[in-house]
Design a protein around this ligand. Sequence first.
Ligand code: 5GP
Length: 123
Amino acid sequence: MTQLSPAIYDKENIFAKILRKEIPCDYILETEHSVVFQDISPKAKVHVLLIPKGSYIDSYDFYKNATDVEIIDFQKTFVKIVENKELYENGFRLIANSGYYGGQEVPHFHIHVLGKQKLSAPF
Ligand code: 5GP
């Protein structure tokens, strides 16, 4: 079977470089296990990225292999984004592209959080 998604974490991916502070980004918040920053090419008035600090390729890798502490930290950080950006009242969208078929460009697990405007239908 052809392996189209990476099986090994690429330490040189752009989010790994952001975590190592080798390249800049607009940080929003940081916790013990997670980081939130602005997407460089926003697709909505609010478009932020939430990533774990650990080296996980995609959603499956993260939820299969991360510790409970990392997963809880990630989910609680998501709540902080919704509250800090005041997204709850009018709604928002979460996206976690995973792997080749999912259209994931950066092979470090992340979720997009988009809001503050009406988004077009995703499908
Ligand atoms: P994916 O397609 O992997 O789900 O999304 C990757 C996201 O990362 C894209 O929305 C893209 O705009 C964003 N991105 C790519 N390179 C950079 C970067 O260097 N800095 C930041 N802040 N975002 C980036």
